[in-house]
Design a protein around this ligand. Structure first.
Ligand code: C5P
Length: 218
């Protein structure tokens, strides 16, 4: 069968990881979460106390870094960090270090290597615009700021009882700002992306819309 590449981009809390993983399962193809790669690297560089602007030393460190992905689990030097990196503080580290072009190059290489070999759904901020511009299908998911904060709050309040809705809203707002206004690979829909506003849609409804797009694309 023909290989297929599906890019799903969008801001924090737009539901892209949930949708992308489910879509990949339904289509029985691979799923790659590019945000997880930025999170792993952000986490590691922070542990090493690296200055986010110190490209020379970052390059040396990244050359030796060993990231593996097996069954949707992410491993750093052999250790499963899938759960660790979900923390919102690590999301902030990812956002910080992802502004360095050496970091972006490393992540993009990993994604391209995998996408060359297998059919895949990749989610992120710049997949349709920069990393895999030749994707067969490009989806840009979005939702109102309030709705995205609400989703994150529902996810996180179980784990961190002392986090307020307003904290999360402010966090998402500043993440949006950083991701959309950075000079390299800013968050924006590709010219040929299909934009889906998920504010008033359930996960199931979004999935059905995308499956229809996949079907119609042949
Ligand atoms: O999607 P997620 O929240 O896990 O991404 C964490 C951070 O990684 C984002 O806020 C963004 O700064 C960065 N990122 C990126 N490009 C991607 C995916 C994530 O810059 N393709």
């Amino acid at each position: 069968a023909k290989k297929i590449k599906i890019a799903i981009d969008g801001p924090a809390g737009s539901g892209k990881s949930t949708i992308a993983e489910k879509l990949a399962n339904i289509l029985k193809i691979n799923y790659l979460n590019s945000g997880a790669l930025y999170r792993i690297i952000g986490y590691y560089l922070n542990e090493q106390k690296m200055d986010p602007k110190d490209s020379k030393n970052i390059e040396n460190i990244l050359e030796k870094l060993n990231i593996e992905i097996k069954n949707n689990r992410y491993f750093l030097d052999g250790v499963d960090v899938t759960t660790t990196i979900k923390d919102s503080k690590i999301g902030d580290l990812a956002s910080l270090y992802s502004q360095n072009n050496i970091v972006r190059k490393k992540v993009n290489e990993i994604i391209k290597q995998i996408a060359e070999k297998v059919s895949i759904v990749v989610d992120g901020r710049d997949i349709g615009t920069v990393v895999l511009p030749d994707s067969d299908i490009k989806i840009y998911l979005t939702a109102s700021l309030e709705e995205r904060a609400k989703r994150r709050w529902n996810e996180e309040k179980g784990e961190e009882a002392n986090i307020s809705f307003n904290d999360i809203l402010e966090e998402i707002k500043s993440r949006d700002y950083n991701d959309s206004n950075r000079s390299i690979a800013p968050l924006k829909p590709a010219r040929d992306a299909i934009i889906i506003d998920t504010t008033n849609l359930s996960i199931e409804e979004v999935l059905q819309k995308i499956l229809k797009i996949v079907e119609e694309s042949g």
